[in-house]
Design a protein around this ligand. Structure first.
Ligand code: PLP
Length: 359
């Protein structure tokens, strides 16, 4: 099938084949990686190589730490304030559901001030960015860079006036080139562009962590300082998940890195938005200047037609197209592992579906 699911999402076929080939005999041990101690030299090489590969792909400088944590992106909605809200204030831009949930979670640990929101227009856009002065006196500014449910994306980062920027990049991770030093911290649930669910990849400016201790309520597991000191091995990590993430990072590197990935993703998105814009049946959800390269959302005139679209698409092997349950409609997630051929197939289906219902 052509898998357009928002996550867990399609994995690169080469990664799955490679993992399958060594599933029963990992690194010549005669054992599966699932059976291998996280303290073994063989596994140490896996996690070290995964980190090194990610550092190379993203150009992460030594002054930033890399963590592989559990609990998905959601646990870091709490981990971030518990580590960084030392003055008790964060400035949140609320551009969608996960941005809102993150602000609500942060508000349990301090003052999560909403500096901008696009909720009044149904999260159909990235809100106008606040002035840099709005972030004065705050521990950090917070954004969700790509809004998976609504299909919107920041096309430029807010200027936080020297206050560190924290970004949830779950659904645009490794999707285009970025400058890590623009961020104080970025994090991603792995199940869209990096690997299996449960793993959260977190990249943090070490100086932010070293600037002071985590809040007293912070569990040791979530204490970034403790995790960095232990190389993400404070407890038994998600060994298999990290192993797969490493293979995905290698795959990204082998297919030309973020530059090439960004070009392919832009081409895929342009094809799909072109089909939406040409049509009289489909109506894009996001305002064009806020459109996501990763999640393309659109509607049909009625929920009944939307259901028919999803069902008939599935009948042709195009799966995972139903919009998020909060909003309905159609959502095609075209993450890194979704090839341009899959997008072409979807566009062809959209055209034939439109013809069949409009005559
Ligand atoms: N942030 C964004 C942008 C997401 O799309 C998601 C999940 O889809 C999450 C956070 C939550 O991630 P997790 O389920 O890994 O906690």
């Amino acid at each position: 099938p052509r898998n357009f699911s928002a996550g867990p999402a399609q994995m690169p076929e080469d990664v799955l084949l490679s993992a399958q080939a060594e599933f029963m005999d990992f690194a010549g041990t005669g054992m599966s990686v699932l059976e291998t101690s996280h303290r073994s030299a063989a596994y140490r090489r896996v996690i070290d190589a995964a980190e090194a590969s990610l550092r190379e792909v993203m150009g992460i400088p030594d002054s930033y730490g890399v963590l592989f944590l559990q609990g998905g992106a959601t646990l870091e909605f709490a981990g971030i304030p518990m580590n960084l809200m030392r003055r008790g204030r964060a400035g949140h831009i609320v551009s969608g559901h996960f941005a809102k949930v993150a602000a609500e979670e942060a508000a349990r640990y301090g003052s999560a001030e909403i500096l901008a929101t696009s909720e009044p227009t149904g999260f159909d856009r990235i809100p106008d960015l606040p002035a840099p002065e709005a972030f004065a006196g705050m521990d950090y500014g917070y954004i969700c860079q790509n809004n998976t449910i609504y299909g919107t994306m920041f096309h430029g980062l807010p200027d936080c006036g020297g206050t560190p920027l924290v970004a949830d990049v779950s659904s645009c991770f490794l999707s285009f080139p970025l400058d890590v030093t623009d961020y104080g911290l970025l994090f991603a649930g792995a199940q869209k562009n990096a690997g299996p669910s449960g793993v959260c990849v977190l990249v943090v400016d070490r100086s932010l962590v070293e600037a002071g201790p985590a809040l007293g309520v912070c569990p040791t597991y979530l204490d970034y300082s403790a995790q960095l000191a232990k190389g993400s091995m404070l407890n038994t990590p998600n060994t298999f998940g990290i192993y797969l993430c490493g293979k995905v990072f290698d795959w990204v590197r082998g297919t030309g890195g973020l530059e090439a990935m960004g070009e392919r993703n832009a081409e895929k998105a342009a094809l799909l938005y072109g089909a939406v814009d040409r049509s009289d049946l489909y109506r894009g959800c996001a305002v064009p200047s806020s459109r996501s390269v990763a999640n393309v959302t659109f509607r049909l005139p009625t929920p009944e037609l939307e259901r028919e679209f999803v069902d008939r698409a599935a009948g042709q092997g195009l799966v995972g197209l139903a919009g998020h349950r909060l909003v309905g409609g159609i959502r095609a997630s075209i993450y890194n592992a979704v090839g341009i051929d899959a997008v072409r197939d979807l566009v062809a289906f959209m055209e034939s579906f439109e013809l069949s219902v409009t005559g």
